[in-house]
Design a protein around this ligand. Structure first.
Ligand SMILES: [Zn+2]
Length: 103
């Protein structure tokens, strides 16, 4: 599923289930995965130097789903539009998300 970002939705009440879960916490129906927009709004960001070079990280709002991911681009500011260009699971089985500015 690398690069394919999907969010679970309840089959019955059609609520989005986030964080992801097999069953809807409201009505306990099963969930199905759907694609949502990859375009989001940058809510917060900061720069990390842990890896030896500057890397921006931020929290992105994708239709109400908040994701922490890396952010690339020349003109990063709060409220700017970012696009998810990659996602997946790293070697520690942790999900990662990569965003860049612009469309
Ligand atoms: Zn439900």
């Amino acid at each position: 599923m690398k690069g394919d970002f999907r969010v679970p939705f309840c089959r019955t009440c059609r609520d989005r289930v986030w964080p992801p879960f097999e069953r809807c916490p409201t009505c306990l129906s099963k969930t199905i995965f759907k694609r949502i927009s990859r375009m989001g709004i940058l809510l917060e960001f900061s720069t990390s130097f842990i890896s030896g070079h500057a890397q921006d990280f931020g929290i992105v709002d994708l239709e109400g789903v908040h994701l922490l991911g890396s952010v690339q681009g020349n003109n990063i500011f709060l409220g700017c539009t970012v696009v998810m260009y990659d996602c997946g699971v790293d070697e520690n089985i942790r999900p990662f998300y990569k965003f860049r500015t612009g469309t």
